[in-house]
Write a protein that binds this ligand. Structure first.
Ligand SMILES: [Zn+2]
Length: 288
């Protein structure tokens, strides 16, 4: 008796899974998220970040847009591209949790953004922790692939470029990311070839200095850092005559190749649905 019950239960589960796999588009938001969960390697892990932040899980997906920061411009471009599911790598309500702090409850910028999302019936899915936990880390892999430099290590991520001066490397990076006002610390004439990747806001000191102080790393390419950590460490190293340097390009542009990687990855298992990578504009400018 028990056995048959289990057998039929198993059959039902199996059939449901098979139906989900073979279902034709259009998909609901939930169905897309299920596909994402099934395709994260080695497996999906439930985290506080990777959830629907706002929207409706049962809406039919007209198209998917991936991005780094879902700002007003990205929201409008997603609407223009008929994408009602936006997969963003970073928070959309200016806070690293899903909660709105009390002092922001009546904030006019937040209110207008929420109103726009509701009016256009957009759903925002925050895809952060599992993008990094994926094997390979989608953000680092995306960045390494875009830079096209030789990968010599993925733990930590170290790339190799043809030996050049720090000035020359910094110019290459500035041109590549088209970012105004990147910051560089170190001797401009220092010869470098091994670049440690520390994109985004790597949370621990070890992820920054732990990479830079290695014998096989000359320079770190960083998103954002606390100035009294990386900045002072790198300056002290330079003042001591040690061959160390750091290039800071900002959180957005350092991790954005990962959002493009995500769109390409989605295309490998979501069929019949428009999937677009939306690139953020540069945020800051520098007086000439
Ligand atoms: Zn990230």
């Amino acid at each position: 008796m028990k056995f048959w019950f289990l057998y039929f239960s198993f059959l039902l589960v199996f059939q449901n899974l098979a139906n989900a796999q073979s279902k034709e588009p259009p998909f609901t938001v939930n169905e897309i998220i299920d596909k994402i969960k099934q395709n994260v390697k080695p497996q999906w892990v439930t985290t506080k970040t990777d959830t629907i932040v706002i929207g409706n899980a049962f809406d039919t997906v007209t198209g998917i847009a991936t991005c780094m920061f879902a700002d007003m411009n990205i929201l409008k471009r997603a609407v223009a591209a008929h994408c009602n599911l936006i997969i963003t790598h970073e928070p959309i309500f200016y806070n690293a949790t899903n909660t709105i702090p009390d002092f922001m409850e009546t904030d006019m910028v937040l209110k207008e953004k929420v109103a726009y999302i509701k009016e256009k019936k957009l759903t925002i899915f925050w895809f952060h922790d599992n993008a990094h936990r994926n094997d390979p880390d989608q953000i680092l892999q995306g960045l390494a692939e875009e830079l096209k430099w030789k990968i010599v290590s993925t733990s930590p991520w170290i790339l190799e470029v043809k030996k050049k001066t720090l000035t020359s490397l910094a110019n290459d990076v500035k041109r590549h990311f088209n970012v105004e006002g990147i910051r560089v610390i170190g001797n401009p004439n220092l010869e470098v070839s091994r670049v440690g990747l520390v994109p985004g806001l790597a949370p621990t000191l070890q992820m920054h200095i732990g990479v830079l102080h290695r014998d096989d790393v000359d320079v770190i390419l960083v998103g954002e850092a606390r100035e009294w950590e990386d900045y002072v460490y790198t300056k002290d190293a330079e003042l001591q005559g040690k061959k160390k340097a750091a290039i800071f390009i900002g959180h957005l542009k350092s991790e954005e190749p990962g959002a493009k990687y995500c769109a390409d990855w989605l295309k490998t298992f979501v069929n019949g649905t428009n999937i677009a990578f939306l690139k953020n504009d540069n945020y800051w400018w520098s007086p000439k």
